[in-house]
Write a protein that binds this ligand. Structure first.
Ligand code: PRT
Ligand code: ZN
Length: 286
């Protein structure tokens, strides 16, 4: 019997849907009623705790949870003794300094001696220390973007994603100080059984991610072009080549990276490939 691992995920907020989706796509099944605090998977040795994101690093450090999913901004701000195990590629954002649009700004020295409102005092303090300036930090927990408008601070340091919150509050982004995405964090002393469950989980996450990053491609090619086409789409081990009913033609199946997709398709066409089909991959294990 495997020893269960307990994973803390955000109860409701910007990380919740993607966190749940990751486990769903990894085949980890559980019921999560809206108001529940905990859920147990019935087909994988994990339990889930649904918490506020701010509390997740602390609960992982204390061992209440073994793993957690949270933004790197929270991990850095809370500075708890936890391990960043793997970046998860969602909830990407940045922590930036912003000033009123009308303010003149050349570089960060312009903030020397000024007041800055933020929910991330630790990250901000580290940043201003690294720049050799001083600033008065006002810690506020929400609606940071209104601080300059009500005269509470000269500047703000807040999470930015599209930039529309800054824009609609008459602010301009002047320095990006931290980049963040969701990460899987863990406590340091997992038992060997728990480490084994974690390894199995990471293996599944990896298969899901590779599936998303790649496409299955099928195409028809004249036999005298097979070699050149194969060179364009080498695939995992090597492409599959099957003869078509029509003499002199073959069907080639392979896998291509999503990032190179259009470039490769154009080259395939130029080499005489026809009937190109591109199909999503659900999971990929190399
Ligand atoms: O209730 P709980 O404490 O669990 O949630 P929360 O309200 O503290 O956090 P939540 O759900 O808002 O965000 C969770 C995590 O998502 C953050 O810690 C970041 O890692 C990440 N994330 C990604 C964001 C954003 N994008 C984001 N846009 N967190 C906050 N915002 C806010 C930002 O504070 C600002 O008010 O959105 C506004 C800016 O967005 P744009 O698109 O207008 O630039
Ligand atoms: Zn929070």
């Amino acid at each position: 019997m495997d020893q269960k691992i307990r994973i803390a995920i955000q109860k409701s907020g910007r990380l919740s849907d993607e966190s749940l989706k990751l486990f769903k796509e990894s085949g980890v099944k559980f019921n999560n009623g809206m108001k529940k605090l905990m859920a147990t998977s019935h087909n994988f040795p994990v339990e889930f705790l649904f918490l506020r994101d701010d509390d997740i690093p602390g609960y992982v450090e204390d061992g209440v949870a073994d793993l957690g999913i949270v933004g790197q901004n929270e991990v850095a701000e809370k500075a708890k003794n936890v391990k960043e195990i793997e970046k998860l590629g969602f909830s990407k954002c940045r922590l930036s300094l912003a000033v009123p649009k009308s303010a003149s700004y050349n570089d960060v020295n312009d903030l020397d001696g000024k007041s800055i409102a933020t929910s991330y005092p630790r990250i901000l303090q580290n940043y201003i220390d690294s720049k050799g300036i001083t600033a008065e930090i006002h810690e506020i927990s929400g609606s940071v973007e209104i601080a300059p408008g009500i005269g509470l601070a000269d500047a703000i340091c807040d999470i930015v994603s599209s930039g529309s919150t800054l824009f609609s509050n008459g602010l301009k982004e002047v320095e990006e100080i931290f980049k963040s995405e969701a990460v899987l964090i863990g406590r340091h002393d997992l038992s060997p059984e728990q480490q084994n469950v974690l390894d199995r989980l990471l293996f599944r996450f990896d298969a899901v991610r590779k599936g998303k990053e790649n496409r299955y491609v099928l195409l028809n090619a004249p036999n005298d072009k097979i070699e050149r086409i194969i060179a364009l789409i080498p695939g995992m081990k090597s492409p599959t080549v099957l003869p078509l009913a029509e003499e002199g033609w073959s069907s080639i199946h392979s896998v291509i990276n999503e990032g190179m997709f259009w470039e490769v398709i154009e080259q395939l066409k130029a080499e005489g490939a026809q009937g190109i089909l591109v199909v999503p991959i659900e999971k990929m294990v190399i």
